[in-house]
Design a protein around this ligand. Structure first.
Ligand SMILES: NC(=O)c1ccc[n+]([C@@H]2O[C@H](COP(=O)([O-])OP(=O)(O)OC[C@H]3O[C@@H](n4cnc5c(N)ncnc54)[C@H](O)[C@@H]3O)[C@@H](O)[C@H]2O)c1
Length: 287
């Protein structure tokens, strides 16, 4: 069984921790911000939109995460003000904006370049955030922790949102690759993958007619607890957690336990030889 409970005692140590949360002005990011503040963390909230007016105790920084300069400033100013960053929650996201495979043409009949904002916000921005978090965290005593918000679409393609799913598959690859390598510099990275969560990212018309959404909808607070868990549990490194109907599942534990079944015993064993080969160390991510 790869489903697990979250140990609330972990959250006692959130007091005083410095946490950056992106996409903090609504939905999962806002729920995470509230959760962290209520546990005494010092929270730096970054979003392109302002926080709701009733939020107290957050240090808001208006940031367009698709801008390298603005994201650099977010991390630099946080370290300048608080001296360190304990946890970086890279959560901001947008839904599919357009179907890039439908031909749009200009007045001359030439193909128009598609809008790749989904890849910029959901993939490039968390890669930049990860780079900046590593840059600062590796230099500080005790290291630090990065939590990225993925999705069930990190490993499935259901729903006709190819750019969104590509971005989410991308952050899955990032976490799986960097997870083991970042231990060398005392930084942890993990992925929190929600299923249906009651936020503004879900188009209202979809919500009204989708049986799965009605069946499985969870409050954003369920994701906030998973983010805080991954941020705080020192044993979580390279973990991929699925959060659905307010339950928590360790995805890669399940993947590994069943791999001989779906990949074939021989293929599984061949991969184990490759994955556990000590000479892989020399090919790990340069940091
Ligand atoms: N709600 C769900 O069912 C669900 C399911 C799977 C994954 N997710 C993921 O959860 C994360 C949070 O989304 P949510 O559901 O809370 O939606 P949301 O729309 O409520 O929140 C997203 C936040 O990101 C911010 N944002 C978007 N682009 C930005 C930019 N360029 N710079 C700065 N901030 C920006 C928005 O202003 C918003 O506050 C996303 O990564 C999303 O892909 C959500």
């Amino acid at each position: 069984m790869t489903t697990f409970d979250i140990d609330e005692r972990l959250f006692e140590d959130l007091k005083g921790k410095v946490v950056i949360i992106t996409g903090a002005s609504s939905g999962i990011g806002l729920a995470t911000l509230k959760f962290l503040i209520s546990h005494g963390a010092r929270a730096v909230a970054a979003d392109i939109n302002p926080l709701p007016p009733d939020i107290e105790g957050a240090d808001f920084r208006k940031t367009n995460l698709t801008s390298w300069a603005e994201q650099v400033a977010l991390f630099d100013e946080t370290v300048k003000r608080y001296g360190r960053i304990d946890i970086a929650v890279l959560n901001a996201g947008v839904g599919e904006i357009e179907n890039v495979f439908v031909d749009n043409v200009d007045a001359n009949g030439a193909l128009v370049e598609p809008d790749f904002t989904v890849l910029k916000v959901n993939l490039i921005a968390p890669i930049v955030g990860t780079k900046l978090a590593i840059h600062h965290m590796r230099k500080q005593p005790g290291g630090g922790s990065i939590v990225i918000t993925g999705s069930g679409k990190a490993w499935t393609g259901v729903g006709g949102t190819p750019m969104y799913a590509t971005a989410k598959h991308g952050v899955l690859g990032l976490v799986r690759t960097l997870g083991p390598d970042l231990r060398r510099v005392n930084v942890r990275i993990n992925l929190m993958c929600p299923f249906w969560t009651d936020t503004g990212i879900i188009p209202p018309d979809l919500l009204a007619k989708n049986a799965s959404a009605k069946r499985s909808m969870q409050p954003p607070s369920a994701c906030a607890r998973a983010i805080a868990h991954l941020g705080m549990d020192p044993s979580c490194s390279g973990k991929v957690i699925y959060v659905a109907s307010s339950t928590y599942t360790d995805v890669d534990a399940g993947v590994m336990a069943t791999r001989p079944l779906w990949l074939g015993q021989r293929n599984h064993e061949d991969r184990v030889v490759w994955e556990e080969d000590p000479s892989n160390a020399e090919f790990s991510t340069p940091l």
